[in-house]
Unconditional design. Structure first.
Length: 336
């Protein structure tokens, strides 16, 4: 039996890496009867362990941990050119740009930690883990879910032994989960079309993600063949979330969203601001180097309340987001 068959409500808290994800938010959604992920992206393995322990201290219910699959180093000359373009932005905020280093997000240590002390589910974004890693997590007792954005990715994840698929449509906020950032389909297939396309090719449980903000949206993806709806943006204004105040303020507006590599070097959807508009056409595909380069810039902008220099990740339906506790979001999404 899939873990999804054991939860009270077909609601999954998306990982929300980069600040909004907290043990408190994960535990609150789990306690409300949904299934919740704790984001491990950008964290060291030791910090991930600590946050897993904190979450377990807040809830006895099952939850998942999401991990980023590492990519490959990018062209340093391309990165250096982009750094020159960003230098005046950093100077204006009184900070230095970060080192545009490549890293694997502590991949091996995280897999070791999750295999030694597994959560109910380990999910993967930006790619598919090796067959060996999947087998190791299975032996430890964890389900393995993989984020997919195309039917071909879904088939590859199934072949690798995935127990479930997080099917991410083009409407989703934050990073595109494509396995390659230069994929011709990087801008994505709409969620309802994608769920139907993937469902036609696999019987694996599907968790639909992208632009879901109401109970009607949940009902729509369930009718299309998903077992549950993954929701991220709808939880960003919750008091349990670690969302920065400048981000919360933007979520109370109605500016359009757009896809960009300007902040991290990987395609992601956020609320349009000056930096997104000015740099999206010149930002290279170079993740995580650009993410590390811009990290001090974005941190300073958050501290100083400067919304034009912050990645304001949000899905297309973000104007429907409400400031309410996580349990209230789950209840509203399930018409309870």
């Amino acid at each position: 039996m899939s873990l999804l068959e054991s939860i009270s409500h077909p609601i999954v808290l998306a990982p929300l890496a980069g600040g909004p994800s907290t043990p408190e938010l994960t535990a609150a959604v789990a306690e409300a009867g949904g299934f919740a992920f704790l984001a491990a992206g950008y964290l060291s393995a030791d910090t991930m362990r600590d946050r897993i322990a904190q979450t377990r201290s807040l809830t006895a219910r099952p939850f998942g941990v999401n991990v980023f699959v590492p990519g490959r180093p990018s062209d340093p000359d391309v990165i250096a050119t982009y750094a020159e373009r960003l230098a005046p932005e950093a100077e204006a905020l009184g900070v230095a740009l970060g080192e545009p280093r490549f890293d694997d997000d502590d991949w091996d240590a995280k897999i070791d930690a999750l295999a030694d002390d597994p959560p109910a589910v380990v999910s993967f974004t930006f790619g598919c883990p090796s067959d060996a890693a999947v087998r190791r997590l299975h032996r430890a007792g964890a389900e393995v879910w993989v984020t997919v954005t195309t039917p071909d990715e879904a088939m590859a994840a199934q072949a690798a032994g995935a127990d479930g698929l997080a099917v991410q449509g083009a409407e989703a906020g934050g990073h595109r989960g494509t396995w390659r950032d230069d994929d011709p389909l990087i801008r994505g297939i709409g969620l309802l079309a994608l769920v139907q396309l993937v469902r036609a090719r696999t019987d694996l449980p599907l968790v639909a993600a992208g632009g879901i903000a109401t109970s009607d949206g949940v009902d729509a993806v369930l009718a299309a063949g998903a077992a549950a709806a993954a929701v991220g943006t709808a939880f960003l204004l919750c008091p349990e979330a670690g969302t920065a105040e400048v981000h919360r303020a933007a979520l109370r507006g109605d500016a359009p969203t757009a896809l960009t590599r300007a902040f991290t070097g990987r395609m992601a959807r956020g609320i349009r601001n000056r930096l997104l508009d000015e740099l999206s056409d010149v930002a290279p595909s170079a993740y995580p180097e650009i993410n590390n380069l811009t990290s001090p810039l974005r941190q300073a902008a958050r501290r100083q309340g400067e919304p034009d220099v912050v990645n304001l990740w949000a899905g297309e339906a973000y104007p429907l987001t409400r400031a309410e506790p996580a349990a209230a979001v789950v209840a509203r999404l399930t018409n309870r």
